[in-house]
Write a protein that binds this ligand. Structure first.
Ligand SMILES: [Zn+2]
Length: 260
């Protein structure tokens, strides 16, 4: 188990950048021309000004094939390299088998949940997000990002977030300023809050005992979103925290280093 003491904690560093790691599930940071919309795999990409340069901050989905990838900037194309990364395997036993093999009547709800979360992940506006995150909960990392998962012996999607184990009722706080764009009770994720930070950077908080915010609320770093719980598909109370960039779920720890 990794303890969070091994991670560099971030503070409110103006214009901080995430840590670049051009691997599946990571973030690529590359210089781009001063003008032109930046597109990766059909999705708009975040750009920021850094030392008089314009840089693109690209989320790389876990399913990205290592090798050369193409970024469109206006009418130009740029190539950048994605390296391999192997993630460990994790085998979990879920007592409620319906949460591993849902019943036909669950599928409609699962589809509805998916649509609501996708709408949040796909939102893009031109506001400038703060890219240095504080930890949303205090506790040990019980499952890192990217694990290749087997539930009750069956292969499932890889772990698309970071799990922080903490006691039921402990606070979950916003890691950086954002707007609450969804509050739901989802089949797999339980009580969930999604925060939009701007330019396609969206974060998600799952398995809460309850949420303390409503859609449309504007929150600052450290504002309480809700409390640790064990709703949805869990083996115990914890926070599942996802960070999404251009609709790619990426390793949340890349945003904790706060490189100025
Ligand atoms: Zn998780």
């Amino acid at each position: 188990m990794i303890t969070l003491a091994t991670l560099l904690l971030s503070f409110a560093v103006a214009n901080a950048m995430p840590r670049a790691e051009a691997v599946p599930g990571g973030v690529a940071i590359i210089d781009v021309p001063a003008t032109g919309e930046v597109i990766f795999q059909g999705r708009r990409v975040m750009t920021v000004q850094k030392d008089n340069r314009r840089v693109a901050i690209i989320g790389l989905p876990l399913r990205t094939t290592p090798g050369d990838q193409t970024l469109k900037v206006g009418s130009h194309e740029l190539t950048f390299h994605v390296s391999e990364k192997s993630y460990r395997e994790q085998r979990l036993t879920i007592a409620n088998r319906r949460l591993v093999n849902p019943l036909p009547e669950d599928l409609q709800r699962i589809g509805r949940d998916r649509k609501e979360m996708d709408a949040a992940f796909l939102h893009f506006d031109d506001s400038q997000p703060e890219l240095s995150f504080a930890l949303p909960a205090q506790g040990a990392v019980s499952s890192p990002f990217g694990l290749r998962r087997f539930l009750n012996g069956q292969p499932r999607n890889p772990h698309s977030g970071l799990d922080i184990a903490a006691p039921e009722g402990a606070p979950i706080v916003a890691p950086s300023p954002g707007t609450v764009v969804a509050v739901g009770d989802y089949f797999y994720n339980g009580n969930t809050v999604l925060l939009d930070h701007g330019q396609g950077l969206v974060t998600m908080y799952c398995h809460m005992s309850h949420a303390d915010v409503a859609v449309g609320d504007r929150v600052l770093r450290g504002d309480k979103l809700g409390a640790i719980g064990s709703t949805g598909r869990v083996t115990g109370p914890h926070l599942h925290w996802s960070v999404s960039l251009n609709n790619a779920r990426v390793d949340p720890t890349l945003f904790l280093s706060g490189i100025p």
